[in-house]
Design a protein around this ligand. Structure first.
Ligand code: KE4
Length: 436
């Protein structure tokens, strides 16, 4: 029953584009009315119609401890009593910068901003300022927020041109953006061969999670580290999703590859709006007011957001066992999908991040991701939603686990998934007959 969600969605559409403040929330990819959430605790969310669901979106990643963690909430409440924002430096910002540097040593110096988009936009600017070069390489299928120069898709002459992937982005703005293929060394080598001293940086999601979870092939990240060094370009790891998710030190600790710059979001704010970018002092000293690269923000590092971020990181740092618990829970779901689907779908998982792709092909890049049957995913999504399991409303997103997911809820989820694939799922039969 979603009566109140339907009414709210109607009202929302009158004053908000598509009725949502971020497109994926509109459920367009799954053909359902978005659920308007009233509250959330632990691994549960409750919508305005009182439907309680087990949450595997976790607000797209920040919710690694579960919703409304009591220690985080208590500290945020106390902080609110002292004022919400001062527009002046605070002790919290020093504490959070020290925590980030301790957990992600390559971020010796960092700057807090308001979102992952802002972190990436700023990191690109610093890379261009540091190298005095204009071109950047990104990868097809990787998403780094909505700053203009990254809203691109490979043009026909992918090696030389790109075309905007959004209205309102002038062609001029993306002319210095090159789009390579994820996990394809040769596509990167070719770009450096064509533009040997013009590339400021390569930006990559060390584990791509915005085309669904797509893992780096063995050696790919090491290759990017090597080729950027060889050509004097910077390597930027966009760890907005993987930061503090794959391990306390993110993907760079997990894969033992150290980038020059890192961008963070989501977990670093503990559910409050924080992004961050950082790297070694030599690079970050270019950032205003020390250096010539300008970047600023009214609410950057505000006391409430930094309180939530510090509380969250301290819990993660203080209980590394969380990562093993998270991984075991995700592994149970992965195994259930593999067994129940009898190999008719592809499951990619790394630690507590996973995606199920409705294709029997192995998914390792944008091309193979594109073979997924999005209508089939929508059918799967709807069945889970109707049975109280809330996963990403898009084939090209990830499933997130939290430390609050109980064994009981994981078992329930596995039961629903098994029921779907073994009984309800018309997709496999019709897919076999090519009629889906
Ligand atoms: P934000 O500006 O949304 O805080 O971060 C942008 C961003 C940057 N880099 C990566 C790797 C990201 O995944 C994101 C944002 N992630 C999406 C989920 N795939 C946010 C959800 C949404 O857009 O509503």
């Amino acid at each position: 029953m979603d009566t109140k969600s339907k009414a709210l969605f109607q009202a929302a559409n009158r004053h908000i584009p598509g009725g949502v403040n971020s497109p994926v929330r509109a459920f367009l990819a799954v053909g359902r009315t978005p659920r308007f959430i009233a509250s959330a605790h632990g691994d549960r969310i409750v919508d305005v119609d009182g439907n309680e669901m087990i949450d595997y979106v976790c607000s797209w990643g920040p919710g690694i401890l579960g919703h409304a963690h009591p220690d985080v909430i208590r500290q945020v409440k106390d902080a609110c009593e002292k004022g919400l924002t001062f527009g002046a430096p605070t002790e919290n910002e020093v504490v959070l910068a020290e925590l980030i540097a301790e957990m992600i040593p390559s971020m010796e110096v960092s700057r807090l901003v308001g979102s992952g988009t802002e972190a990436v936009m700023s990191a690109i600017r610093v890379a261009r300022g540091f190298t005095k070069r204009d071109k950047i390489i990104k990868f097809q299928g990787c998403y780094h927020g909505h700053s203009d120069c990254l809203l691109v898709q490979a043009g026909s002459g992918a090696l030389t041109t790109c075309v905007p992937d959004s209205a309102g982005v002038p062609a001029d703005v993306v002319k210095n953006t090159l789009v390579a293929s994820y996990n394809d060394d040769s596509s990167v080598e070719e770009m450096f061969r064509l533009h040997p001293d013009q590339i400021a940086a390569v930006i990559v999601e060390p584990v791509a999670a915005n085309m669904g979870v797509t893992l780096p092939k063995p050696g790919f990240l090491e290759f990017l580290r090597k080729i950027t060094r060889a050509y004097g370009a910077l390597l930027i790891f966009d760890e907005v999703i993987t930061g503090f998710r794959l391990s306390p030190g993110g993907a760079q600790e997990y894969y033992h590859v150290t980038p020059d710059l890192t961008t963070l979001g989501k977990i670093v704010g503990g559910g409050m709006p924080i992004g961050a970018y950082g790297g070694r002092k030599e690079i970050m000293d270019l950032v205003s007011p020390v250096g010539a690269v300008y970047q600023a923000g009214t609410l950057s590092g505000n006391p409430i957001a930094t309180t939530a971020g510090i509380a969250t990181l301290r819990i993660l740092k203080g209980d590394p066992g969380i990562y093993q618990r998270l991984s075991k829970k995700a592994e149970r779901i992965e195994q259930t999908i593999r067994e129940a689907s009898k190999g008719f779908v592809c499951v990619n998982r790394i630690e507590s991040l996973l995606s199920v792709f409705f294709t029997p092909r192995r998914v390792s890049d944008y091309k193979s991701v594109s073979s997924s049957d999005t209508a089939a995913y929508a059918d799967y999504f709807g069945y889970l939603l109707d049975h109280g399991v809330y996963v990403a409303p898009s084939q090209f997103e990830a499933m997130f686990l939290s430390d609050a997911h109980t064994e009981q809820d994981i078992a329930y989820t596995c039961g629903i998934i098994s029921d779907y694939f073994s009984g309800r799922c018309r997709w496999m039969d019709e897919w076999k007959n090519g009629s889906f």
